[in-house]
Structure formats: structure tokens, C-alpha cells
Design a protein around this ligand. Structure first.
Ligand code: MN
Length: 185
């Protein structure tokens, strides 16, 4: 279940978008994953191991399940728009300031062609903004994910139509920095 009500992210992400994005798109990825792994060597593996070890259709669906869990888990109703201490320190160290980080991450979202995700990943104390197409996932590349932004059109088309920039601006209002802080710790 989502850690918030379907209407709680409005007006930044509408109830209708959550109903389709969470209720239909994610649900379809889950159904497909379950069908594709049934009776295979992946059947008893935890999701992150399926993502690491599979390829083709199973990878695409399982990674989309992971990616969406990871995305929805770190959103919350508008409140604290700033990173908490550990993340603030890492962001300052790697990008100079939170404003510089936001600008670079936003730019990565704006320039990602087609469907995909923008990830913030960590290796040791080094943070990296990692844009990825389709269902691509950092676990597959031994990178530790801290935050992700869905830039598939289904994430925003009902709310902002073709205006991905407006969606990204809204995204920053509802990132749950407490969830990100837990991940980094
Ligand atoms: Mn999505």
C-alpha cells in the first residue's frame, strides 16, 4: 500500500494520476512479473535479485515494479522541501549545494529522451545523477539507489500534459527527504 492517501499529493500529483499510475500501470507490471517468473528459477527470489539476475521481458517488468515502489515510497504531501543532515552533507560535498544538485537533476530529467528514470545513486561517498532509459535500474550496475524520478509520460500526462518541466518542478515539492535519509543511513 502507498504510505499516503491517493489524493494527498495533490495539487502536485493528482488523485487521478495516482489511480492510473499506481493503480493500473504498476499493477500491470506486478501481474506481468508474477506471470513471467512462475515456474522458473526466479520464482522464489526476492524482487531485487530478480532485477539483478533476469533479462528481457521479466527484467523489464520486475525492474518497473522495483522502480515504482522506490519512487512512490519517497513521495509525501508537500512539507519539508530540503534534504536532512546526512543527505545535505553528501549533496554539498558532491554538487556544491542543494540548488546546484536540483538544477543538474532537473536538467537530466528534461534531456532524457523518451521514457525513463533519473536516479540519484551512491558508490562509497560519491553521489551520481544517473539518467536511464525505459526500465533500467542501478542495482544491475552495482550502484546503490537513493532517489528516483519517473519521467515516463504516464507519470505526468494527465496533470501537466506535455510539460515535463512543470511535473519536475512539482516533484521537488513532494520528495520525502526522510525516506531518502533512511536509505542513505
Ligand atoms: Mn511510471
Amino acid at each position: 500500500p502507498l504510505p499516503y492517501a491517493e489524493n494527498e499529493l495533490a495539487p502536485y500529483i493528482s488523485e487521478k494520476t495516482i489511480q492510473y499510475h499506481y493503480g493500473k500501470h504498476l499493477a500491470a507490471y506486478i501481474d506481468n512479473t508474477n506471470k513471467l517468473k512462475a515456474g522458473t528459477q526466479f520464482d522464489e527470489l526476492p524482487l531485487h535479485e530478480i532485477v539483478r539476475q533476469s533479462s528481457g521481458g521479466l527484467f523489464n517488468n520486475a525492474a518497473q515494479v522495483f522502480n515504482h515502489y522506490f519512487y512512490f515510497e519517497a513521495l509525501h504531501k508537500a512539507g519539508n522541501e530540503n534534504p536532512l543532515p546526512k543527505m545535505q552533507e553528501l549533496i554539498d560535498h558532491n554538487f556544491g549545494s542543494f540548488a546546484d544538485f536540483k538544477e543538474k537533476f532537473t536538467q537530466a530529467g528534461m534531456t532524457l529522451f523518451g521514457s525513463g528514470w533519473v536516479w540519484l545513486v551512491k558508490e562509497q561517498e560519491k553521489l551520481e545523477i544517473w539518467p536511464a532509459q525505459n526500465a533500467e535500474n542501478p542495482l544491475k550496475h552495482d550502484k546503490y539507489p537513493l532517489l528516483t524520478m519517473d519521467v515516463w509520460e504516464h507519470a505526468y500526462y494527465l496533470d501537466t500534459q506535455n510539460a515535463r518541466a512543470k511535473y519536475i518542478e512539482n516533484f521537488w515539492k513532494i520528495v520525502d527527504w526522510e525516506a531518502v535519509e533512511k536509505r542513505v543511513k
